[in-house]
Design a protein around this ligand. Structure first.
Ligand code: ACO
Length: 173
C-alpha cells in the first residue's frame, strides 16, 4: 500500500475571474462553467494526493447557494478527505469576491470522487489520508457514509452492506 499522506498535502487553491463569455443572460456565472473549474481544481488535488492520473467517477452534493456576478473573482479550495482503495473523495469549496465592493461570500460546495488509474486506465491503489485538524477529522469520518450512499445510489453496493450509513438512520443490521 502507498505511504499515508497528510490531508493538507493535497490542498489546491484556484482563482478565476468571471468574464462575459462565462455568464448567462442575467450576467451571472453559468453553473456548467463553474462545475468545469471545480472539476479541474478537485482533480489537481486528487493528483497531488495520489501522484497518479485520475478520472472523475462521480460528483455529488453540489450546492449553488448564491449567484456569482460578472467581474467577480472566484476562489476554489479543494482537499482530499479520504482515500479508499483506488478512489478518493475531494471536498471543494467556492467563494465569490467583489473586490471593489470589498465583499467575499461562500457560494458553492461539492464532493467529487476521483479514481487513480495506471497507464492502461486500470484503477490503482491510493495512499490513505492522515487528517490533522478537527475539520479534517470530521470530513474523514463522514466520507465513509457519503461513499456508501453514493455507491448504493449508483447500484454498486447493497444497502444491507452500508453499515455506517444504516447506523446514521438508526437501522440495525
Ligand atoms: C478528470 C476528468 O474529468 S476524467 C473524465 C471523466 N471521467 C471518466 O471518463 C471516467 C470514466 N469511468 C471510468 O473510467 C471507470 O468507470 C472508473 C475508472 C471510474 C471505475 O472503473 P471500474 O471498472 O468500475 O472499476 P472498479 O469497479 O474497480 O472501481 C474502482 C473504484 O471506482 C469507484 N467507483 C466506481 N463507480 C463509482 C461511482 N459512480 N461513484 C463513486 N465511486 C465509484 C469504486 O467504488 C472503486 O473505488 P475503490 O477502489 O476505492 O473501492
Amino acid at each position: 500500500m502507498p505511504q499515508p499522506k497528510y490531508a493538507r498535502e493535497s490542498l489546491v487553491t484556484m482563482t478565476e475571474m468571471v468574464l462575459p463569455n462565462d455568464t448567462n443572460t442575467l450576467n451571472n456565472l453559468m453553473g456548467g462553467r463553474l462545475l468545469h473549474w471545480m472539476d479541474i481544481c478537485a482533480a489537481i488535488s486528487a493528483q497531488k494526493h495520489s501522484n497518479r492520473i485520475v478520472v472523475t467517477a462521480s460528483v455529488d452534493n453540489v450546492s449553488f447557494s448564491e449567484p456569482i456576478k460578472l467581474g467577480n473573482i472566484v476562489t476554489m479550495q479543494a482537499k482530499v478527505t479520504r482515500g479508499f482503495n483506488s478512489s478518493m473523495e475531494v471536498n471543494i469549496e467556492v467563494w465569490a469576491e467583489d473586490i471593489p465592493a470589498g465583499t467575499r461570500v461562500s457560494t458553492n460546495r461539492a464532493f467529487y470522487t476521483f479514481v487513480a488509474v495506471d497507464q492502461n486506465g486500470r484503477p490503482i491503489e491510493v495512499p490513505p489520508v492522515v487528517p490533522e485538524t478537527e475539520a479534517e477529522h470530521d470530513l474523514y469520518a463522514s466520507a465513509l457514509r457519503r461513499r456508501q450512499l453514493r455507491l448504493v445510489l449508483a447500484g454498486r453496493m447493497k444497502p444491507n452492506d452500508a453499515k455506517e450509513l444504516r447506523a446514521l438512520f438508526g437501522v440495525e443490521n
